[in-house]
Write a protein that binds this ligand. Sequence first.
Ligand SMILES: [Zn+2]
Length: 69
Amino acid sequence: MSALRTPNERVCENCGRIERWDDDRESWRVEEAGDTFCIHEWDINGDFLPFDDEADHTADAGDAADRRD
Ligand SMILES: [Zn+2]
């Protein structure tokens, strides 16, 4: 049991590239190529939601929510 989260799969938030960790080779194996020229933004926390959520905008509004009637 460990508190440390070791992701064995990672997804690029920009191009949708998927890589899976290969224990035997101790390297990432490409599952889904995505964009070759992308500077991959790995979602290793699992926070990434592929769909734009309304909660996102509410969090952005912050102060404005206080003044709303
Ligand atoms: Zn990418």
